[in-house]
Design a protein around this ligand. Structure first.
Ligand SMILES: C[S@@+](CC[C@H](N)C(=O)[O-])C[C@H]1O[C@@H](n2cnc3c(N)ncnc32)[C@H](O)[C@@H]1O
Length: 300
């Protein structure tokens, strides 16, 4: 099923999650409590590669299953919820698993939670809540992973997704769980002055990036040459290509690199096939631009 069709299915199903079917007994705040099936929790943690170096925050932690499963993988994990009954359950479950040091819970509105220390954020919330959280999530350290059960982030298309058959699932999208993974992208919108070093000789290039979430377009200039850029960001990793037409020497360029703040360092493959050469490139930010506004968000 294509992603957009799925988004609409998700929106339709979210009405069910919002109205609170008989299966949802607790939950306080902006959405009722519906637990994520354990096999889905495991798959989401696997997709996000959660491990001992991680700090996971589950927004709306319910009975604590995300937090406790992340702690079982060696991560530090933290859950917030407004439901005192569920918070008590979550703490009891963490204790029973012998993980109460690494799996902690706080009564707090998830919209007020400080996410700055998170390396992974997990949600099972309505699309409208994900959209409200999106600017705060987009501002996190590049490479921070976000995993969401069933509901999307609007025009911020996922970097990875899976459909997991769950025959016993009756709430939201019955019989199946959709899970989504995003990497917070580095922000590169704007103009960059670059040096490409071919055979020991530096050539000046200029890149102008338009960025919409992780998607890049723009223009690359070198002397009188000018070519269109198409590419993407995966956290702090940038990759983009230019076609031969308009590129220096009439040769396709394939750039890869790592963004750290106002600098990029990487390699570029110039040309095709066996004649292709690899060169080092660096870039410095000359003028920061704004990220493009999302015009195609699905609203509820
Ligand atoms: C659909 S459940 C998901 C529970 C858990 N994350 C899971 O996947 O099993 C949503 C949870 O969010 C909590 N919640 C709703 N609005 C909230 C808010 N504004 N702040 C904190 N928690 C909230 C509810 O109490 C409920 O436990």
């Amino acid at each position: 099923m294509n992603f957009v069709k799925k988004l609409w299915l998700g929106v339709a199903a979210s009405a069910v999650l919002f109205s609170g079917p008989a299966a949802s007994q607790q939950g306080v705040g902006d959405v009722v409590y519906v637990p994520t099936p354990e096999i889905v929790v495991e798959e989401m943690l696997r997709m996000a590669k959660v491990g001992p170096n991680d700090y996971l925050i589950d927004l709306g932690s319910g009975d604590g299953r995300f937090v406790i499963s992340a702690a079982a993988k060696g991560a530090r994990a933290f859950g917030v919820d407004l439901d005192t009954f569920l918070l008590r359950e979550a703490r009891k479950n963490a204790q029973a698993a012998g993980l109460s040091e690494r799996a902690t819970f706080v009564e707090q509105n998830l919209f007020e939670t400080d996410l700055s220390k998170a390396t992974v954020v997990s949600t099972y919330l309505l699309p409208s809540m994900n959209l409200k959280l999106r600017p705060k999530i987009m501002a996190l350290t590049p490479g921070t992973r976000v995993v969401a059960h069933d509901y999307h982030m609007g025009a911020w298309y996922p970097d990875d997704q899976r459909d997991i058959p769950v025959p016993e699932k009756k709430v939201g999208t019955a019989g199946v769980s959709y899970v989504y993974l995003w990497y917070v992208p580095a922000k590169v919108a704007g103009k960059w002055q670059s040096q490409v070093n071919v055979a020991g000789k530096d050539t000046a290039y200029e890149m102008a990036f338009d960025q919409s979430f992780q998607i890049l377009e723009g223009t690359m200039r070198a002397g009188a040459d000018s070519a269109q850029i198409r590419g993407r960001l995966n956290g702090e990793n940038i990759s983009f290509i230019t076609q031969p037409k308009g590129s220096p020497g009439g040769q396709r360029h394939e750039f890869k690199g790592k963004v750290s703040g106002d600098s990029i360092v990487g390699t570029v493959r110039i040309g095709d096939g066996t004649a292709a050469r690899e060169a080092k490139w660096t870039a410095k930010l000359a003028a920061r631009g704004d990220l493009k506004k999302a015009s195609d968000d699905i609203q509820e």
